[in-house]
Design a protein around this ligand. Structure first.
Ligand SMILES: [Zn+2]
Length: 596
């Protein structure tokens, strides 16, 4: 943690203003939070207020100000209004006249249930500071108090912020960053407390479903212990897991002392779904180090008003995604076979996306703001997720380091070194410094690796890195030979809609367009369900007549079918393993490769 320091306006010896917010929700079903800001001790003729346009952890300009309404300012007495005007989309300016006490009132519409937005209805209130609170330029380092006024007597307040003794439902953030980093849950959420390594933890659950809190807590404890062991302790006093159960939700947002999780309410019974949930827990918890404290230079000091560009999100999100697979395995939530199956699935996903040959990983990170969260029909042809490719590159780096050092070193040492060098003091790292740390752990020059796989688009040479561990990547063809067409379809309201056309595929060459409605093959109707089966009636090189509606115009296009593609990839053991390979494998995963 860094010490909060007061940054005063240059050349002025002003005493710091006190900043206090009150958040009420008298009619939760209206989805409107009623926010009042009290500024006291103000000594300047104008007061600027700015609302963030994004929130750390989710790299998209979300324009939170679009939900703000009914803005007014007064002296504390609503009859004494102060003149206020809007300067830009997120910037309000108040003429304070001679008053040192300013009260600002506004309402914020909150009807988007996600971990990075606000949600209020008659069951609960949830908000993120960036989407609800203004910052006062130059006074971002001032402590901020927040008082919550619950609408019903049985609604309570859960937040990682410190509560102020003697003042009901009142909390204090050391500065604006801390306020933004501290979500609030207000309602009848179930609360569970538990200790790990002598530190208090809480799990708060909103919503109904088939989650078993006791089991979740048992497994969460193991995850916390494994991650604490990796980094050498827990760098917080208290930690909160905030879980929203929703119909088909999936998502998480990391904070320094808490995380918000959104998961499918009935997603806890089936083993595979439960494991996916524990990966989400491991992921967001891992972030309390990687990205919340170990931060790229561009995120050292957040600029809440615009994009914060970095090429290193592949490490922040990719390495974290790799560890969200590894940690539950180390915590014995699932076994080595599950881990390798997980990795195989991710590799399959990567190899199915043509955009991997177009967009380098570092560029995917830099352009997160305009691409990853703003997908269109061409996205899979032109881009690759820094989560997906980042986790696989992290996996290969782990194998590279382990193979060179007989498992005496690994990506764990990179994480620890990044923590020691940058995280503890919260000094931002540059992409060059990240590379230096990885190279110092690997004890080799990685120019070639970075040029090809991080700054370039070369295919990842899986076998080269798997072979020292007695493994290889097997490409599996679908059972019967399925000639390649190159499009994905989706059934919607009785129609078969073409969602994606792979660039340069037979379908693309023939002129099939994403958004077209697929009708027939050789004059016979075909549905989304039947498409694969129907293609099996043809061979590579056959030309079929594909009928579609393109912007309501009937078109029949000749498509010449291509060579079948692998349907999936699987990491499998090699035959005739050497002793060195067997040792490498067991040194890595603690079990014998022959037991796979
Ligand atoms: Zn993440």
């Amino acid at each position: 943690m860094t010490e909060a320091t007061t940054v005063r306006p240059i050349g002025l010896h002003r005493t710091a203003p006190s900043i206090r917010y009150q958040v009420a929700m008298p009619q939760p079903e209206s989805h409107l939070f009623e926010v009042t800001l009290f500024v006291k001790g103000w000594q300047e003729p104008v007061l600027d207020l700015k609302l963030p346009v994004w929130t750390p952890g989710s790299y998209l300009v979300r324009e939170y100000a679009k939900h703000l309404q009914d803005f007014s300012a007064d002296t504390g007495d609503q009859r004494n209004r102060l003149l206020a005007r809007k300067i830009s989309k997120n910037h309000w300016q108040i003429e304070t006249a001679d008053t040192s006490e300013i009260t600002v009132r506004y309402r914020v519409f909150a009807n988007e249930l996600s971990v990075r937005t606000n949600h209020l209805d008659n069951t609960h209130g949830y908000f993120n500071g960036a989407a609800l609170f203004f910052f006062i330029p130059r006074w971002e380092q001032q402590p901020i108090r927040v008082t919550i006024v619950p609408p019903k007597p049985d609604w309570r307040v859960t937040t990682p912020l410190r509560s102020l003794p003697g003042e009901p439902n009142t909390f204090e953030a050391a500065d604006f960053d801390t306020l933004v980093d501290s979500p609030f849950e207000i309602g009848t959420q179930q609360l569970y407390s538990f200790d790990v390594l002598s530190k208090p933890h809480q799990l708060a659950i909103w919503g109904q479903g088939n989650a078993n809190p006791e089991r979740i807590i048992e497994d969460t404890k193991k995850i916390i212990e494994v991650e604490a062991e990796l980094f050498g302790g827990l760098p917080y006093d208290r930690y909160l897991f905030l879980l929203h159960l929703s119909s088909n939700g999936f998502g998480g947002l990391e904070h320094k002392n808490s995380c918000s999780l959104n998961y499918s309410r009935f997603g806890f019974r089936a083993k595979e779904k439960y494991n996916r949930f524990m990966q989400l827990v491991a992921h967001e918890f891992f972030h309390l180090w990687n990205v919340k404290r170990i931060r790229p230079k561009a995120l050292e000091q957040f600029n809440y008003e615009q994009e914060n560009y970095t090429t290193s999100l592949w490490f922040c999100e990719g390495a974290t995604s790799y560890y969200d697979m590894v940690i539950p395995y180390r915590a014995k939530i699932y076994d080595a076979k599950n881990l390798l199956d997980n990795l195989s699935k991710e590799i399959t996903q990567l190899q199915m996306i043509p955009g991997r040959k177009v967009q380098p990983l570092s560029e995917s990170s830099f352009d997160a703001w305009i691409k990853l969260y703003r997908r269109d029909a061409n996205s899979n042809n032109s881009q690759i997720s820094y989560y997906l490719k980042g986790e696989i590159v992290s996996f290969l780096l782990d194998l590279l380091i382990r193979a060179r050092h007989g498992n005496q070193r690994s990506l764990d040492d990179v994480m620890r070194k990044m923590w020691q060098r940058f995280g503890i003091q919260e000094i931002g790292f540059t992409s060059q410094q990240l590379r230096e740390v990885i190279e110092s752990v690997a004890q080799t020059d990685l120019s070639d690796f970075f040029n090809r796989y991080i700054d370039g688009t070369d295919e990842l040479p899986f076998d080269k890195y798997l072979e020292p561990f007695g493994l290889r990547l097997l490409s599996v063809e679908s059972g019967e030979s399925l000639p390649h067409l190159g499009l994905n379809v989706n059934a919607e309201n009785g129609k078969t809609l073409i969602q994606f056309v792979e660039a340069a595929s037979p379908a693309a060459v023939a002129g099939v367009d994403a958004g077209d409605e697929l009708l027939a093959i050789n004059g016979w109707r075909v549905t989304a369900e039947q498409l694969s089966d129907r293609l099996k009636d043809y061979s590579v090189g056959d030309t079929i007549q594909l009928s579609v509606f393109h912007q309501e115009e009937l078109r029949t296009l000749p498509v010449t079918l291509g060579v079948p593609r692998p349907s999936r990839y699987q990491i499998v053991p090699l035959e005739n393993l050497t002793q060195a390979q067997q040792q490498n494998f067991s040194g890595w995963l603690g079990t014998s490769v022959t037991k796979l």
